[in-house]
Design a protein around this ligand. Structure first.
Ligand code: GLN
Length: 267
């Protein structure tokens, strides 16, 4: 779809085919909205924020500046989780999504696994509000519990909870702090808390990999999206955590290692 089509569809609240089969005139309000959208786009705002929605893993999500824009690579992460979870052949699978943002991962999993319960956490009040709207829009509000919490605090607190997760998934912030200023202008429109991965970009991986071993059920699985060139650093972190086995990487559409997944030892 062209950006013009996306903007018109958003203003007219119609489908792409209706745009051509049922041509309509724009009201004054609609013309004003369209003009504002074009101006925002010209100022460099990403198209997804301008139109306020996007498609991810076959579903529609509201999206705005409160959360990271969904990336196509993250669909590989969700696909992997859904397929591996189906292989578990277990009822009521418990899933934890760390740093849920707009909720795309938690919601797509809840929609595609017949019986599961998902906990989704994010430090940002705005992101959690947006994720709740998206869960409602996608009719999975009953399957997901949302928590507005710092991941580092949540991971420590939940360690004492006896109920373990079958799957932990995250697309954490993974940009090095020193690289944030060099990001393209469109990426700079996104919330810095969703991007900043600390001094070496690996801060969240260290914490998630270390804590998840206490939160996963035996044979439970951890799935993480990773940044370009981070595989050696991730390998290193796993080598310091002996409770995992079968550490595997999955490439994205351009052949870059993009997902790492591992299973907790059954002992
Ligand atoms: N889980 C969300 C996504 O994958 C947000 C990730 C983030 O904020 N780093 O898009």
């Amino acid at each position: 779809m062209t950006e013009n089509e996306l903007m018109l569809i958003s203003v007219l609240k119609c489908s792409r085919s209706e745009l051509y089969t049922e041509p309509s005139f724009l009201t004054e309000d609609q013309t004003r909205s369209l003009t504002r959208m074009k101006q925002d786009r010209l100022k460099g705002e990403p198209i997804q924020y301008v139109v306020g929605n996007t498609e991810f893993y076959g579903s529609e999500f509201n999206i705005d500046k409160r959360a990271l824009i969904p990336r196509p690579e993250t669909e590989i992460l969700v696909d992997l989780v859904v397929n591996k979870a189906r292989e578990l052949q277990k009822k009521d699978i418990r899933v934890l999504d760390i740093g849920t943002g707009s909720g795309i991962i938690a919601i797509s999993i809840a929609k595609n696994l017949r019986s599961c319960r998902v906990d989704a956490i994010d430090i940002s009040e705005g992101a959690i509000a947006l994720a709740k709207d998206n869960a409602d829009k996608n009719c999975v509000m009953n399957n997901i519990s949302f928590y507005e919490k710092d991941a580092f605090v949540f991971l420590k607190e939940v360690c004492f909870n006896s109920e373990k997760y079958d799957i932990i998934v995250s697309n954490p912030p993974y940009i090095k702090t020193s690289d944030l200023s060099t990001l393209p202008d469109e990426v700079k429109c996104e919330p810095v808390t969703a991007l900043d991965g600390g001094e070496d970009g690996l801060r969240f991986y260290r914490e998630i990999i270390r804590s998840s071993k206490d939160l996963l059920a035996p044979e439970g699985m951890l799935f993480l999206e990773i940044g370009d060139g981070q595989r050696p650093g991730i390998d290193d972190i796993f080598s310091q955590n002996e409770d995992y086995k079968e550490i595997s990487f999955e490439k994205d559409y351009v052949g870059t290692d993009r997902i790492v997944f591992a299973t907790k030892q059954s002992k």
